[in-house]
Design a binder for this molecule. Structure first.
Ligand code: GDP
Length: 170
């Protein structure tokens, strides 16, 4: 039985892999094509949580190319139960902007569960952020850090399982 549903917003700078993350989780497809939007407000996925004997219907919202704070409508944040703060290993600026994204989510949504993801960890040669730096930021923001590769399907499921469990136990 589906006992709960939750809205998850995925924020972060452009091209860090937000659309890819949502698509990977919901449809298990990865594409190298740079596609700016999913084309809909959100994708849905029913996530089984065998440990809790239940499942959760997750609605994953993509910013759909509205990467500037001011162009993201309140409708995007409205009713969000959890948020993913995403940056990419090969993009220093996306890391530097995480605090702003955190503040924006907190302002719009209050104190909802969040996770920090460092995506594109497969791009080892192009890394612009050290592991200890991302760990320090997660500690500062008091959020869990996941190091992901949407391309290699590394840690994607874990991010959403954690958010779903946190939501159910709130
Ligand atoms: P968004 O603008 O944040 O939604 O980013 P996209 O999902 O459109 O991804 C931007 C680009 O990064 C695309 O070309 C993706 O294929 C690529 N990408 C996404 N995740 C990964 C990853 O984990 N590793 C690598 N190497 N590329 C990725």
């Amino acid at each position: 039985d589906v006992e709960a549903s939750m809205k998850v917003v995925v924020v972060g700078n452009g091209s860090v892999g937000k659309t890819s993350l949502i698509k990977r989780f919901c449809t298990n497809v990865f594409s190298d094509d740079y596609k700016k939007t999913i084309g809909v407000d959100f994708l849905e996925k029913e996530l089984q949580l065998p440990e809790l004997g239940t499942s959760v219907r997750m609605m994953l919202w993509d910013t759909a190319g509205q990467e500037e704070f001011d162009t993201i409508t309140s409708n995007y944040y409205r009713g969000a139960d959890a948020a993913v703060l995403a940056f990419a290993s090969d993009n220093r600026d996306s890391f530097e902007k995480i605090r702003s994204w955190y503040q924006k989510v907190t302002k719009e949504c209050g104190n909802i569960p969040m996770v920090l993801i460092q995506n594109k960890v497969d791009l080892i040669d192009q890394a612009q952020v050290r592991t200890d730096e991302s760990e320090a930021l997660a500690t500062e923001l008091k959020v869990r850090l996941y190091r992901t590769s949407v391309k290699q399907n590394l840690n994607v499921q874990e991010v959403f399982s954690f958010l779903a469990q946190t939501h159910l136990q709130r």
